[in-house]
Every structure is written in structure tokens, then in C-alpha cells.
Design a binder for this molecule. Structure first.
Ligand SMILES: C[S@@+](CC[C@H](N)C(=O)[O-])C[C@H]1O[C@@H](n2cnc3c(N)ncnc32)[C@H](O)[C@@H]1O
Length: 203
């Protein structure tokens, strides 16, 4: 495990008791709706990577019970309290403990910004996804509106310190570079948020 991943794990272990409260307003204003939109396409055997406290659980289509992976035990403990018991796996997203093409759907939200090596991360998401399956992502980055992007840049160092979050990553470019096939990408909130559907290259 990379040193940066160990740092993120320690940080999210500390944030875990407060994470849901910190997210509450954003979820209520916009994120909740986007989570539901992204997850509407989830089908079959599903894994959610860097799943945190299980913020997405209420937004999955009825009856779906995804596996949840995260590197932070503290975050996963909260997910278990929300009903994910028996389906959580403590693991590094850059080295997923699954065989190739295991899942019909691979979900990851607001996490491509926190992993140490995003190329390796997205490649792993593609590897564990079946060739006919889908990788469903909700990511954030710099706005496509330049004045807002300039403002965001001022907060990048603080974001990295507080949330291990690289707020200027270009998720679409990274997904492509990692060898996945970008099927769809939609911008929300002036391009700060992206809903992305990708497929493994061979699919
Ligand atoms: C900003 S939180 C997002 C949590 C959740 N996906 C959500 O939408 O609210 C980022 C999560 O990524 C996890 N994470 C960071 N690096 C990771 C890695 N290498 N492997 C697995 N999880 C990781 C953190 O522990 C944290 O739970």
C-alpha cells in the first residue's frame, strides 16, 4: 500500500464519525439526486469501491445489495451500522481482492480524487468489471466555467490537507488513459460534478 493511501486511510478513520454530518447538506441539495441518477443503471452483481460510510446505500434500485470496499475501517464501520453487515471488505482500491470480470456493475462515487494513483485505480475498476458490464462513476473536478475553476484552485491545498482530495483531477481523461471506454459523461453544477459511465476496454 502506498504511503499516500495510508495517510488517506488514517484521515478517513478520523473523519468517519463526522462524515455523514459533513455531507448532509450537499446530499440534500444536489448529491442525493445525482447519486440516485448514477445508481439507476446498477444491475446484477455489484461492487462499490471506496464506498466510505455507505452514503449510496439508500439510492440503489430496490433489492440491490452491493459489496462495499474501502481502505478505512472507520468508514466501513458506519456502513455496517447502515445495514451493510457481511458485505463490506477492507481493501485497497488499487489492488482489489477480486478476479477479473467478477462484477456486472462497478460503482465509485467521489473517490477518484482521493486515491493515490488514479490510473491504477480506474484500471482496477475496469479489470473487475465484466466485459458486458458497466463502471458507474460520480466524480468532481474543476468547473468548466473558468472563473469558478480559478476560485476552486485557491482551495486545492486545503482540500488536499483536509480530505486527501486532489480537486483538480480530470476524471474523464484519467478513465480513458486507464484503458476504459468512456460511454457517457454528463456535467452538473457548472461542470464541477460528472456522471460517468464507462466500460472495460474489451467490452
Ligand atoms: C470522499 S470519500 C467518498 C466516500 C463515498 N464514496 C461517498 O460517495 O460518499 C473517499 C473515500 O475513499 C476511500 N479511499 C481513499 N483511498 C482509497 C483506496 N486506495 N482504497 C479504498 N478506499 C480508498 C476513503 O477511505 C473514503 O472513504
Amino acid at each position: 500500500m502506498q504511503a499516500e493511501t495510508r495517510r488517506a486511510r488514517a484521515l478517513y478513520d478520523r473523519l468517519a464519525p463526522r462524515y455523514d454530518r459533513m455531507e448532509q447538506v450537499a446530499n440534500w441539495l444536489l448529491l442525493g439526486r445525482l447519486r440516485r441518477q448514477v445508481l439507476a443503471a446498477a444491475r446484477g452483481r455489484t461492487v462499490e469501491v471506496a464506498a466510505g460510510t455507505g452514503s449510496n446505500l439508500p439510492y440503489y434500485p430496490p433489492g440491490m445489495r452491493p459489496w462495499l470496499v474501502d481502505v478505512s475501517e472507520g468508514m466501513l464501520r458506519r456502513a455496517v451500522e447502515k445495514g451493510a453487515a457481511g458485505r463490506v471488505i477492507l481493501a485497497d482500491a488499487e489492488q482489489l481482492p477480486f478476479g477479473d470480470a467478477t462484477f456486472a456493475t462497478v460503482v465509485a462515487t467521489l473517490s477518484g480524487c482521493t486515491v493515490a494513483d488514479p490510473l491504477r485505480y480506474y484500471a482496477e475498476l475496469g479489470r473487475v468489471c465484466r466485459p458486458d458490464g458497466r463502471v458507474l462513476l460520480l466524480e468532481h473536478g474543476l468547473s468548466s466555467w473558468r472563473p469558478l475553476a480559478a476560485l476552486q484552485r485557491l482551495g486545492l491545498r486545503r482540500q488536499l490537507r483536509r480530505f486527501a482530495c486532489h480537486g483538480d483531477r480530470d476524471a474523464e481523461a484519467l478513465v480513458r488513459l486507464a484503458g476504459l471506454r468512456l460511454e457517457r459523461s454528463e456535467q452538473r453544477a457548472l461542470g464541477v460534478l460528472r456522471l460517468i459511465t464507462a466500460r472495460p476496454a474489451a467490452g
